[in-house]
Ligand binder design. Structure first.
Ligand code: HAM
Length: 428
């Protein structure tokens, strides 16, 4: 027998019994970003490799080890996008969206990183991201964080998330900081692991990002950028804290938070949970004030964040934050006899004309009443319509409640539409 082909490791199918949860979350995310005036942007899954090298940074885990990069038939080096910010900036510049204007954009879709797969870490994963261009003040930083708080509240997970905050200052601050770090780590060169040895001269800040437990004590005692912030970044950070304090958002200042991508400036933040084990960062972002210009666009300050769908779903599952009602049909339509079958088709179509929100499954392939009832039950529908010869003769239809203790009803066919309209209005 031929070997059965399976999905690529770290790349998951979303099965029909899971897709409702995805759609439900997507709907809520969209409703919330709509409230804040964001517009959707969609960009390709493939980009030139140089885009990610120039934005995320040559000396980062993503670019050094994790990108799906290949040469296409023209000999161009292409990469499956590992994140959305670089693509968003590229598209914004290319289509002139960033000249002297404020843009609030959101996107969602698959990202690709060749990481070691484990729970909460995949090679194809889905992100929802939001980016704002053209605003430099800490007010937008605060509003973005408040928007994420609103998301957590709408998704009933707010109590399980902690906000970590830091400032990475300007490029100039970081140049000074880099020197400090270089001398600190050089003094402890023998304690550095192989990766960190390699990064010491090329990008010492990345050493702070190491997950190696043996390196943590050294990292913890390293000089902190927060202690060297330039006055402008310090004022920005203090004002952001003022907004958060005034709106009751709790946060922890985490001087070791440097993020794994090189484009950040000033504010950086992460939302983490202790309910998901090692992969506890659900959402992360920050300012990237220099990136647009660095990619050849007009000098444009920017800030954004992205959250991972799989981790969000896992957290919602862990804390049972899902609404119980899934996308089951409202109605399963059972009928018996040729005349009833024809009439059932007509009724089902006309109900769908008038009530677009109605989810009605018409029985297919005949079968005894018993057999059709079994299918109705399995479908998860709340109601069964029953149209037999007797009902048809009386121009009535029987409605049976499949999930509650309630007497079956017989209603005239001519009032069926009104009946279902009221049913949908009451349906929770
Ligand atoms: P990131 O921290 O690399 O940031 O990813 C953001 C989120 O994507 C993570 O917090 C996590 O939930 C999810 N994620 C990342 N890698 C994986 C993976 N291998 N498997 C499952 N989920 C994953 C960014 O991507 C930035 N573009 C965020 C941003 C937007 N900064 C400014 N604007």
């Amino acid at each position: 027998m031929e070997k059965v082909i399976q999905a690529i490791r770290g790349m998951n199918d979303v099965l029909p019994n899971e897709s409702f949860a995805w759609q439900w979350i997507e709907q809520i995310l969209k409703e919330v970003v709509d409230q804040y005036g964001y517009q959707e942007i969609r960009f390709p899954i493939l980009e030139y490799t140089s885009l990610f090298k120039r934005t995320i940074g040559e000396v980062t885990d993503i670019v050094e080890k994790e990108m799906y990069t290949f040469e296409d038939r023209n000999g161009d080096s292409l990469t499956l996008r590992p994140e959305g910010t670089a693509c968003c900036v590229r598209a914004g510049i290319e289509h002139g969206l960033l000249y002297n204007q404020v843009r609030r954009l959101w996107y969602k879709g698959p990202m690709f990183r060749h990481e070691r797969p484990q729970k909460g870490r995949y090679r194809q994963f889905y992100q929802f991201g939001a980016e704002v261009f053209g605003l430099k003040g800490p007010d937008i930083d605060a509003e973005m964080i408040l928007m994420s708080v609103r998301l957590w509240k709408r998704l009933s997970i707010a109590d399980h998330l902690t906000l970590h905050l830091n400032s990475l200052g300007t490029a100039e601050t970081r140049a000074l900081y880099r020197r400090e770090l270089l001398s600190y780590f050089s003094a402890h060169q023998r304690e550095l692991d192989e990766d960190s040895q390699k990064r010491l001269h090329r990008n010492p800040m990345r050493i702070l990002d190491s997950k190696n437990p043996a390196m943590q004590a050294l990292i913890k005692n390293a000089p902190k950028l927060m202690d060297m912030l330039d006055p402008d970044s310090q004022a920005h950070f203090d004002q952001l804290r003022g907004f958060l304090d005034a709106t009751g958002v709790r946060y922890e200042i985490d001087p070791c938070l440097v993020r794994g991508l090189d484009y950040y400036t000033k504010t950086v933040f992460e939302w983490t949970t202790d309910r998901l084990g090692a992969q506890g960062t659900l959402c992360a972002g920050g300012r990237f004030d220099a990136l647009v210009e660095q990619l050849g666009g007009p000098a444009t300050e920017a800030i954004g964040f992205a959250l991972g769908f799989e981790r969000l779903l896992a957290l919602m599952e862990a804390v049972q934050a899902f609404p119980m009602q899934a996308a089951m049909p409202h109605v399963y339509f059972i009928y018996m006899g040729e005349a009833a079958e024809k009439r059932a088709f007509v009724l089902a179509e006309s109900l769908k004309d008038v009530l677009p929100a109605l989810r009605l499954v018409l029985n297919m392939g005949g079968g005894s009443f018993k057999n059709q009832f079994k299918k109705a039950d399995k479908s998860g529908a709340r109601l069964a319509f029953i149209l037999g010869e007797e009902e048809l003769a009386q121009e009535k239809i029987a409605i049976k409640f499949l999930r509650e203790e309630k007497m079956q009803e017989n209603i005239p066919l001519q009032s069926l539409t009104q009946y279902m309209k009221e049913f949908l209005e009451d349906f929770r």
